[in-house]
Design a protein around this ligand. Structure first.
Ligand SMILES: [Zn+2]
Length: 121
């Protein structure tokens, strides 16, 4: 009986981990972003996932934060747009989370990384 119990406990743990990998990753990204501003590269380093995956998770996280006021009370998903260091052009388009490679105004490639954070209030 003892053996049976411990086995089923292990099975349960494995099943839970496999069932919600995305949710777990999103939760940890939310924790990483609380009260900070980080680029997708920073997040990928801290969450141990690819930068490309970070960019896929971020829109879902933004929706979670904005959508459920009761669960994430007084929290906002913040996007700090990229800026051209050469001419000051700001990439304000909100649907583009990826840092642009070139400035459309002066063609400079010196562009700050788009940064993300979760702010209180
Ligand atoms: Zn520029």
């Amino acid at each position: 009986m003892q053996n049976k119990n411990s086995l089923s406990r292990i099975d349960k743990r494995i099943a839970t981990d496999e069932a919600t990998p995305d949710l777990t990753i999103r939760q940890s990204i939310i924790e990483i972003l609380k009260g900070r501003m980080l680029s997708a590269r920073d997040i990928s380093r801290e969450a141990h996932i690819k930068e490309k995956d970070v960019l896929e998770h971020l829109p879902h996280i933004a929706r979670t934060i904005t959508g459920s006021r009761s669960k994430f009370e007084k929290k906002r998903f913040v996007v700090e747009p990229s800026r051209c260091l050469s001419c000051g052009f700001v990439f304000k388009k909100r649907d583009r989370l990826k840092t642009p490679s070139k400035c459309p105004s002066c063609r400079s490639e010196e562009i700050t990384e788009t940064r993300f954070g979760i702010a209180e209030g």
